[in-house]
Design a protein. Structure first.
Length: 89
């Protein structure tokens, strides 16, 4: 296994991690912005008001995106294990 193969495996792993986490991070970001705007509008600065809607948004996003995320993770794993003989040289 050459150093270029190791770099390629790490790059693929980091890109898979990015694509799996990006949608949930975007949901959390948008929910945080929306909650902050509501808090600014109502002058309510309670921590529970900012935390609970974000948690609900993450939960809903996770439930909706779970099939897609599992498909992406399984495809990455199959690709990695499918090329295992290439890496063993």
């Amino acid at each position: 296994m050459t150093s270029q193969m190791v770099v390629d495996i790490l790059r693929q792993a980091l890109m898979a991690t990015f694509w799996l986490s990006a949608p949930l991070l975007a949901i959390g970001f948008l929910a945080g912005i929306a909650v902050s705007l509501v808090q600014i509008d109502t002058s309510m600065q309670d921590n529970a008001v900012s935390t609970i809607p974000r948690l609900v948004a993450f939960l809903a996003g996770g439930m909706l995106l779970l099939p897609w995320m599992l498909h992406r993770a399984a495809a990455y794993t199959v690709t990695l294990f499918g090329d295992l003989s290439r890496y063993a040289r």
